[in-house]
Design a protein around this ligand. Structure first.
Ligand SMILES: NC(=O)c1ccc[n+]([C@@H]2O[C@H](COP(=O)([O-])OP(=O)(O)OC[C@H]3O[C@@H](n4cnc5c(N)ncnc54)[C@H](O)[C@@H]3O)[C@@H](O)[C@H]2O)c1
Length: 349
């Protein structure tokens, strides 16, 4: 490999412009984005001009075979994640694919198989794990500060926050609504903090009560309600082999205040993520709340994510977000939708 990691980007939309390209630009000594592809090639050309990228392609297959890429960022909507990732891996590149991993676990399995066959790294864009707060809490948990974590509440709640751009509201292209879009972030983070217990059973329910109502409020642009085929709220209970339970709530539209948070309850203490707080008991004396002394400014989560992934590629080290862990999130998502459909609990092997 040359000194700089040669990066190709597939999909020139919001997350590519907002996170991947600025992320690589911040480590310009380590990585260079040499090509970008989008089925909307004028969009790829516009983004290429903005970020000084030499080459554009309409077809990602052509890009991954023509360019000698060390790393590919897959930034398409979910229905293309599997095809784009497998093409890049088969062409000999490492891949960071945006979340959700794929449309379903079967696709996730294909992606992992391609990474193994080609002996390449695959990681998924669960950037929350890279945050300062999350890293600090993980450290505290590993030191035993919370003891056995047997219950967690996972919240990714927007009162009104339906994405109005792209294909987020189309089930056949996005795979689902808030559950697969934002719920997966906090779920992944919580599973990682809990040390990845194995899920055994899932009961879920999904609703589309508000998104299709006439007069729906949308802060920026109106939602195309005719295309809306996903849930606007999902809730689930997930059981694990350790006996632990997670209760999950996630919405793009729900009559509730916004909250993105994880509450972890252990035998030795509890924790909330936002703001980071540890809840302890001093036996026979009282209850104690602990908050970090360092300042909590804006976290550089995405920046840290790309710096780490580029380092993984350069050094051949494993990524923080293992694809097998992302696959577990995807299996839980599949089970929630299945349970919601059948009205029954779904057991996981
Ligand atoms: N990690 C995060 O916090 C985060 C935030 C936002 C979005 N995302 C994820 O990133 C992905 C993209 O979201 P977005 O907001 O950028 O969407 P977007 O609609 O803004 O951009 C997607 C781009 O992919 C292009 N595209 C579609 N099919 C393609 C193909 N076959 N080849 C090449 N390009 C193709 C589209 O033309 C579009 O330009 C989604 O999976 C989304 O869930 C992640």
């Amino acid at each position: 490999m040359s000194d700089k990691v040669r990066v190709g980007v597939i999909g020139a939309g919001g997350i590519a412009r907002g996170a991947h390209l600025p992320g690589y630009a911040r480590i310009a000594d380590e990585a260079e984005v040499v090509a970008i592809s989008d089925i909307d090639e004028p969009r790829a050309q516009q983004v290429a001009a903005e970020f000084g990228i030499a080459k554009t392609y309409a077809d990602f297959n052509e890009m991954v075979t023509a360019e000698d890429l060390d790393l590919v960022s897959v930034c398409t909507p979910p229905f293309m994640h599997c095809a784009a990732t497998v093409a890049a891996l088969n062409a000999g590149s490492n891949v960071i694919c945006e979340k959700p991993m794929a449309m379903n676990a079967a696709e996730g399995e294909q992606m992992i198989a391609a990474a193994k066959q080609n002996d390449k790294m695959l990681t998924i864009g669960f950037q929350s794990r890279f945050g300062e707060r999350a890293q600090f809490l993980k450290h505290l948990i590993e030191q035993g500060e919370l003891g056995e974590i047997y219950y967690a509440r996972v919240l990714a709640l927007r009162r009104r926050g339906i994405p109005w751009w792209g294909v987020f509201v189309e089930k056949d292209k996005n795979g689902g609504g808030p559950l697969i879009d934002i719920g997966v972030h906090t779920l992944d983070l919580t599973l990682w903090l809990m040390g990845h217990p194995t899920p055994t059973a899932v009961t879920g329910a999904v609703f589309t009560k508000l998104a299709q109502r006439p007069g729906l409020y949308s802060r920026r642009q109106p939602i195309d309600q005719d295309r809306y085929t996903v849930e606007d709220f999902a809730t689930a209970q997930i059981r694990f082999d350790t006996g632990a339970v997670i209760n999950l709530e996630t919405s793009w539209a729900l009559n509730i205040d916004n909250e993105v948070n994880a509450y972890l309850c252990g035998t030795e203490g509890g924790a909330t993520l936002r703001p980071l707080k540890i809840l302890k008991e001093v036996p026979h004396a009282g209850l104690l709340d602990c908050t970090p002394a360092h300042e909590e400014g804006r976290e550089r989560i995405h920046e840290e994510q790309f710096a780490c992934v580029v380092r993984n590629v350069k050094e051949g080290t494993p990524p923080l977000v293992k694809p097998e862990q992302a696959l577990i999130v995807q299996r839980i998502v599949d089970a929630i939708y299945e349970s919601a459909e059948s009205g029954q609990m779904v057991t996981l092997a």
